[in-house]
Design a protein around this ligand. Structure first.
Ligand SMILES: O=C(O)c1ccccc1N[C@@H]1O[C@H](COP(=O)(O)O)[C@@H](O)[C@H]1O
Length: 208
């Protein structure tokens, strides 16, 4: 689909899968083996949840400094369609996973200063993701993106919500937006908020 896609991240319950199967975001994200996050699931849960996901929605495993072998296995087993690296993974890690799987690798960059954007622009990843933190619910300084011409596809993340999605899409023109915190109520994905966020993004696609 052309225009802006939407990823709903941090799915962890069977009810979350039923919800996204109903509202149809483009991408569904799963935080794998990162117990510091309340959204973390283990490999067994990941296998079960992705097996229930509608085939039109691409599954993204989100990893923080996980062993490359484990990510490669999950991709090659078809458990996930794409891997998102959200820790201190190197360019060599990205290339190794790409070569071993021929699957898309998303590399997340935490944007605090201009130099972080320059690093992202030079990434060997198939897609770069610009974020403030790791599911922090806070945006980074978008002015940095406006200042540096981003001449490659990117996913925008960090503190996106129903109130700032329009502005984010209109001014930064991301290829996809990624939401987690703002579509939860008390730490659980909220169908009303998910439906609303997806509707906002789809409206933009009609206007492009
Ligand atoms: O959401 C988490 O807990 C998380 C843990 C480890 C790595 C990444 C994580 N989340 C990523 O954060 C953005 C969404 O951020 P926000 O909550 O909307 O501000 C998304 O890329 C998630 O993959």
């Amino acid at each position: 689909m052309a225009g802006c896609q939407i990823k709903i991240c941090g799915l962890k319950r069977a009810a979350d899968i039923a919800m996204v199967n109903c509202y149809q975001p483009d991408l569904a994200g799963f935080i794998v083996d990162f117990p510091r996050s309340h959204r973390s699931i283990d490999e067994e849960q990941l296998r079960l949840l992705t097996s229930q996901l509608d085939s039109s929605i691409r599954s993204v495993g989100v990893f923080v400094d996980a062993p490359a072998e484990k990510i490669i296995q999950l991709l090659n087993d078809g458990v996930i369609d794409m891997a998102q690296l959200h820790g201190r993974e190197t360019d060599a890690d990205v290339r190794r996973i790409q070569q071993a799987t021929h699957r898309p690798v998303i590399r997340a960059y935490l944007i605090h200063e201009r130099q972080d954007l320059i690093a992202a622009l030079n990434s060997p990843a198939d897609l770069i993701l610009l974020d403030q933190g790791r599911g922090s619910g806070r945006p980074f300084d978008w002015q940095l993106v406006s200042d540096v011409a981003i001449k490659r596809p990117f996913i925008l993340a960090g503190g996106l919500n129903a109130n700032n999605l329009d502005q984010a899409i209109e001014t930064l023109r991301p290829n996809a937006v990624d939401l987690s915190s703002s579509v939860e109520t008390q730490g659980i994905k909220d169908p009303v908020k998910v439906k609303k966020a997806i509707a906002i993004v789809r409206r933009h696609n009609l206007n492009f």
